[in-house]
Ligand binder design. Structure first.
Ligand SMILES: C[C@](O)(CO)[C@H](O)COP(=O)(O)OP(=O)(O)OC[C@H]1O[C@@H](n2ccc(N)nc2=O)[C@H](O)[C@@H]1O
Ligand SMILES: Nc1ncnc2c1ncn2[C@@H]1O[C@H](COP(=O)(O)OP(=O)(O)OP(=O)(O)O)[C@@H](O)[C@H]1O
Length: 286
C-alpha cells in the first residue's frame, strides 16, 4: 500500500505583543512567525476509516489529537466518507510555544485535501484552520517569515528570511498556552512598535538597534514561574547570542547567532538533557 511521508515544521515568534482581549476570550496580538528546522513527520496511508498512531505515548491518539481533529473537520466540511491511517513521528516538543500540534493540523488539512481530491479552496481551508487553533493558518499558508495580527490568523508574507543561525532549546518544562494567556502581565495601554518595518530594518538593513523592540509579552510571567526557562535565556546571552527570547507561550527559548561555531558552542554549554535544534540562516519550509 502506498504511504506518503510529510515533514511538519515548527515556528518561533520574533516579538509577541499582546494588544487586547476580544469578547470571545481570545487575545489580539502582533508577532513575526519564523519557521525553524525542527519537525514532526506524518505518514499517510489510505484506509477506510480515520485513525492514527504516535511515537510519543504522552500524546492522545483519539479525537483529541490535532491530526484527527483536522481530518474530521475536513470530512465534516466536505461530506466525504474517505479515511486515512496516520503515523505521527513526534519530534517537536509540545507545550513549548513552537506550534508543533498546530503545524501537524495544518499538514493534515493540506495533505488530505489533495489525497481525498476534495478541492476545498484556500479560503475555506483557512476557516477550518482557525477553528483548530490560532497558529494553524500560519503553517497552512506560509513558508517563511510572516507578520501576523488578529489572533495570529491575519497573515502577511514578509518575503525575506532571518539572516542568522537559530538555536532553539526546550528546557523540559511543558507550559500550557491557556495558562500563559491567563497569567501574562498585561500592558494593553502601551504604544505598539511597527514590527513589520522593524523586522525589515533588522533582517534586510542589519540594524541591530531594532532588537529590543521584539519583546515577548509572555516572558516576564513565564520566567517568574519557571526559573529554568529564564536560565536558558541567560545561558544563550552568556554564549554570545545577538538576541534571545522565549518563543510563543513557552517554554522553548531561542537565540540568534552570526557564526555557526558560536551557535554550536552555545548548544554544547546547555544541559545535555535539554532537546535543541539548529536552523541555518535563510531557512524556509519550502
Ligand atoms: C502563543 C501562540 O503560539 C503565539 O503564536 C498562539 O497565540 C497560541 O496559538 P494556539 O496554540 O494555536 O492556540 P489555540 O489552540 O487556538 O488556543 C488555546 C487557548 O489559548 C488562548 N488564546 C490563544 C490564542 C490567542 N490569540 N488568544 C488566546 O487567548 C485561548 O484561551 C485558547 O482557548
Ligand atoms: N499532534 C499533536 N501534537 C502536539 N500536541 C498535541 C497534538 N494533538 C493534541 N495535542 C495537545 O496540544 C497541546 C500542545 O500543543 P502544541 O504543541 O501546539 O502547543 P505548544 O507547544 O504550546 O505550541 P503553541 O502554543 O505555540 O501552539 C498538548 O496538551 C497536547 O496534548
Amino acid at each position: 500500500m502506498h504511504t506518503l511521508s510529510v515533514n511538519s515544521f515548527a515556528k518561533i515568534n520574533l516579538g509577541l505583543l499582546i494588544t487586547g482581549k476580544r469578547d470571545d476570550g481570545y487575545h489580539t496580538l502582533e508577532t513575526i512567525f519564523a519557521p525553524i528546522n525542527w519537525y514532526d513527520t506524518i505518514e499517510f496511508t489510505e484506509s477506510g476509516t480515520v485513525s492514527m498512531s504516535c511515537s510519543n505515548v504522552d500524546l492522545p491518539v483519539d479525537e483529541n489529537n490535532l491530526c484527527i481533529r483536522a481530518a474530521r473537520s475536513l470530512q465534516h466540511f466536505s461530506g466525504t466518507s474517505k479515511g486515512v491511517s496516520m503515523t505521527l513521528l513526534k519530534q517537536v516538543p509540545f507545550g513549548a510555544g513552537l506550534g508543533g500540534g498546530s503545524s501537524d493540523a495544518a499538514t493534515v488539512l493540506r495533505v488530505l485535501n489533495e489525497l481525498w481530491q476534495l478541492n476545498v479552496s484556500q479560503t475555506d481551508l483557512h476557516k477550518l484552520a482557525v477553528k483548530l487553533g490560532a497558529d494553524v493558518p500560519y503553517f497552512l499558508s506560509m513558508k517563511g517569515l510572516a507578520y501576523a495580527r488578529g489572533i495570529g490568523d491575519e497573515l502577511e508574507d514578509l518575503g525575506f528570511t532571518l539572516p542568522w543561525y537559530v538555536v532553539t532549546v526546550f528546557p523540559e518544562e511543558h507550559i500550557s498556552t491557556v495558562w500563559a494567556y491567563r497569567n501574562f502581565y498585561k500592558r494593553f495601554d502601551r504604544q505598539i512598535p511597527d514590527l513589520k518595518k522593524s523586522a525589515s530594518e533588522l533582517c534586510l538593513g542589519g540594524n541591530k538597534a531594532m532588537f529590543p523592540l521584539f519583546e515577548n509579552d509572555f516572558e516576564p510571567a513565564v520566567f517568574d514561574h519557571f526559573p529554568a526557562v529564564r536560565a536558558v535565556k541567560s545561558a544563550l546571552l552568556d554564549a554570545g547570542t545577538v538576541f534571545a527570547s522565549l518563543s510563543g507561550s513557552g517554554s522553548a527559548v531561542f537565540g540568534l547567532f552570526e557564526e555557526e561555531r558560536d551557535a554550536l558552542e552555545a548548544m554544547k554549554r546547555l544541559p545535555e538533557n535539554y532537546r535543541k535544534s539548529l536552523t541555518p540562516p535563510g531557512f524556509t519550509m519550502a
